[in-house]
Design a binder for this molecule. Sequence first.
Ligand code: F0G
Length: 355
Amino acid sequence: MHSSVPLIEKYSEFLPVSSGTPVISLGEGFTPLVAATALPAKLGFPGLHLYFKLEGLNPTGSFKDRGMTLAISKAKEAGARAVICASTGNTSASAAAFSAKAGLTCYVLLPAGHVALGKLAQALLYGARVIAVDGNFDCALDLVRSLAEDLNLTVVNSINPFRLEGQKTAAFEIVEQLGKAPDYLFIPVGNAGNISAYWRGFKLFADLGKAGNTPAMCGFEAEGAAAIVAGRPLSHPETVATAIRIGNPASWQEAVRAADESGGSIDSVTDEEILSAYAQIARSEGIFCEPASAASLAGLIKHLKAGKLKGDATVVCVLTGNGLKDPNSALSVCQVQLETVEARPDKLREAMNLQ
Ligand code: F0G
């Protein structure tokens, strides 16, 4: 389904753009929807129709590019002075890349010590002005809000209205790829923008008669950062899934509405469940996603165990980011100590345990 048409042009009738909007594109969107062939049986539900939406195949390796192409195009159209964001990593990589393409200065505030290596490398190489803040994501986002107002900078976090409008295109693609909406959508929840955006997209296509039904939206926070589940902001969110290490989600209310209106829910999964799903996606299906993304499958496994799904349901798990961004998590899950073997066939056969 790959297309060289910019996402904004393909779906322009559903987006807040005009012929005067400069389109800043890196070839975002049009990501594959891949059927899981081994997992349903392994999970004990062979009749399940399970698909992964591979958002890690966007140009900067995460779903953020869908919203960022629109946010940066609109910033360019408005003649922005510069853009700024707080980020657990992926937003910063995406903002930095689209800003580079647009010729805009991009400021990035990161929670010091809690951003995966690949994301930091991306933001730096794309030329963003990266600042590590001695505080978590929520603290950095508060600072971004006040600095942006004082300095007249354009915020490109998902509080920028164009971000979620762009991100809703992922729901359009899923409907087009399946030929209908799935019964359930499983998705990680951090700042709660993406689940809100998908719900906008599914609702719009259903209203237009392009999808028969709408899916139940099943969002999953990491247990140590599950503010929505707890019903109150958390001042010290903690999880191995650093992308969703957020204690006060900006799109909280819209995400709760998405879950309620769709007949879904927002729930949590433990770090252990996330890392187990992370390895299973790689080993059973050959897909390398980042830990936060695996909260979707971890959530599906939790709901299947609790008997909450019909065994023949059509389910999409959104894999939000590419595993290559966070090699340290993969290495720590594998815990393999590589030993160097003498370069001789007999020694290799011994090491391979094959005679
Ligand atoms: N998955 C990944 C890989 C993410 O990077 C994020 C959010 C989410 C899921 C959650 O999406 O916030 O819309 O609920 N990352 C943001 C960032 C916060 O700064 O990159 P959400």
